[in-house]
Ligand binder design. Structure first.
Ligand code: GRF
Length: 219
């Protein structure tokens, strides 16, 4: 294995995906964890001697300036790639322009179904028989960037929002490290607006019962 891909994680909350990434990092290395607020997950990173920084909105004249500070901090920590993990802001176009293709997010629904908030309640309300999570490249829309991979679970008749959320979260913690390892190994990439996965990545996904969206290309 070559040098691990240095990544930065941006969080706004409890950071369970951040934790899964830190714990199972193989082909990548978490070099910083950054937040727009005093997020609970920062403590876990700090305890593992991973540099953390908080850049609250109130310190800046605009959200763009705030995000410039956050993404500069990522770059200065040596990150070549950024993973959003419960980071609750839409990313400004100027930042997307710089990081497009090197910035991914995990979303708790099978995109393009249920972008935005309250995905589990909405999946239950609309009577879905399956639900899950998606990792995608980030663009300046709300959960609209090129899809990379998904993990699916069934929706049970007796599911509450909480039971469904917990089943999906378990999948998130498996899917996100897998995607980052594949990216670090050069098995997943973005060409223009198109996600490309090698046959090796496709086989590995199939072994884990992950779903590769149809509008991806193959090398
Ligand atoms: C996750 O459900 C993730 O998919 C969404 O925000 C939540 C963050 O949870 N983007 P955590 O902070 O990683 O526990």
């Amino acid at each position: 294995m070559g040098t691990p891909l240095p990544i930065s994680i941006l969080i706004s909350g409890r950071g369970s995906n951040m934790r899964a990434l830190i714990e199972s990092a193989q082909g990548f290395k978490v070099v910083s964890v950054l937040s727009n607020k005093d997020a609970a997950g920062l403590q876990y990173a700090a305890e593992r001697s991973i540099p953390t920084q908080i850049h609250p909105r109130s310190n800046f004249a605009s959200r763009l300036e705030q995000q410039r500070a956050l993404f500069s901090a990522a770059r200065n920590s040596g990150a070549e790639f950024i993973a959003l993990a419960g980071f609750m802001q839409i990313i400004e176009p100027e930042i997307i322009h710089e990081w497009f293709g090197r910035l991914i997010n995990i979303h708790p629904a099978l995109l393009p179904k249920f972008p935005g908030l309250d995905t589990h309640a909405r999946a239950l309300q609309s009577g879905e028989s399956s639900h899950g999570c998606t990792v995608h490249y980030v663009d300046s829309g709300v959960d609209t960037g090129p899809l990379i991979a998904q993990a699916r679970c069934s929706v049970n008749l007796d599911d509450s929002e909480e039971t469904l959320a917990s089943r999906v979260l378990t999948l998130e913690h498996q899917l996100y490290p897998w995607v980052l390892d594949q990216i670090a190994a050069g098995q997943i990439s973005l060409t223009g607006n198109q996600t490309t996965l090698t046959n090796s990545a496709r086989r590995s996904a199939a072994d884990r019962q992950f779903i590769i969206p149809e509008n991806t290309s193959c090398v």
